[in-house]
Ligand binder design. Structure first.
Ligand code: PBG
Length: 327
């Protein structure tokens, strides 16, 4: 056969394949979520997320130290709060005694070169389990912003590098930018959960925090997963209001949204590879139905290929270990 174009030539050996490979996921572009609990000397594995634990601060410091050694340096922190601290206004979120705030300070003083991203939303602290303030069964937008503002300032004072509003209230990015600037925190960044969909992939995370809504669902604030153009509305607002990063969440079933935001905006795009996406791979691997490591690597590359600059993933540490073994 006389074939001028033979695409297989560029696949001929692993060296040539490495040479032409278009996408690489590197450790410096990964963010590792850590679940924190109050107390000492404890790590509790989360049943629906094999390999992922809730850590007391001392244990979290050990985990972070290991990650730093692997070149994994960005952490997003979530608190699992005891019921006794939960109330309808999430007041523990800005209580100076809150272990989460203490953890931020301790991490930053022990590892100044680590980047700490926080979670700004009421659900971990809310007796109603919602991301916003509930009154008469409705989620109040503007009243929620004031609480998020207090939470944000408390986190910034504790040393947060970047705050991550995951609540999906309208106007929160602009409001948080304003309160941060007024308090002098002009260098604290905002990683906006821009296109956060009302997804069933969050199940294991809600187990981890015991944060499922007590009544109703999150569909009046999180987006309908059938909608794509609506992500542009959210992204335009977040950019206009001062976001430093735009996030798409979940990731794997939302690659089209990642691609759309990447093509449409010039600030970094973050994809959150969420708990349910992680759990599915782990469950299938435990059954011996899939090669969990290889599938996870393929998923991360696909998210990057779709346009994510940064990936938040529970697989960050194991991926960093894999890269280290290969080096
Ligand atoms: C809520 C929040 C959720 C996640 C992070 N912040 C889930 C929810 O809306 O209940 C999910 C993350 C994951 O599933 O890994 N503020």
């Amino acid at each position: 056969m006389k074939l001028t174009r033979r695409p297989r030539r560029n696949r001929i050996s692993s060296e040539v394949r490495n040479l032409v490979r278009e996408t690489a996921v590197t450790t410096d572009k990964l963010v590792y979520p850590l679940f924190l609990i109050d107390g000492e000397n404890k790590r509790e594995e989360i049943k629906s997320m094999p390999g992922i634990c809730r850590f007391t601060i001392d244990e979290a410091l050990k985990e972070i130290s290991e990650c730093m050694g692997l070149g994994l340096r960005t952490f997003i922190l979530f608190p699992a709060v005891d019921d006794k601290w939960k109330d309808s206004t999430a007041s523990y979120s800005y209580n100076p005694e809150n272990f989460y705030l203490k953890a931020i300070s301790q991490i930053k003083s022990r590892f100044p070169e680590a980047t700490v991203v926080t979670d700004v939303a009421m659900d971990p602290y809310n007796s109603d389990g919602h991301d916003g303030l509930v009154r008469d069964g409705k989620i109040l937008n503007d009243e929620t912003l004031e609480i998020l503002g207090k939470m944000t300032i408390a986190q910034a004072k504790a040393g947060a590098d970047i705050v991550g509003p995951s609540d999906m209230m309208d106007g929160r990015v602009g409001y948080l930018r304003e309160v941060l600037d007024e308090a002098g925190f002009i260098n604290v960044g905002i990683m906006a959960y821009t296109a956060k969909y009302a997804s069933s992939f969050y199940g294991p995370f809600r187990d981890a925090l015991d944060s499922a809504p007590k009544a109703g669902d999150k569909k009046t604030y999180q987006m309908d997963y059938a909608n794509k153009r609506e992500a542009l509305v959210e992204a335009e607002l977040d950019v206009f209001e001062g976001a430093d990063f735009l996030m798409v969440k979940p990731a794997l079933a939302y690659l089209d949204i990642i691609q759309l935001l990447k093509q449409s905006f010039d600030i970094p795009i973050v994809a959150y590879n969420v708990s349910g996406e992680y759990a599915m791979v782990k469950a299938a691997a435990e059954k011996g139905w899939l090669d969990g490591d290889k599938v996870m690597q393929e998923i991360l590359v696909s998210i990057k290929r779709a346009g994510a600059d940064i990936i938040i993933t529970y697989a960050a540490k194991e991926y960093a270990m894999f890269l280290k073994r290969q080096a």
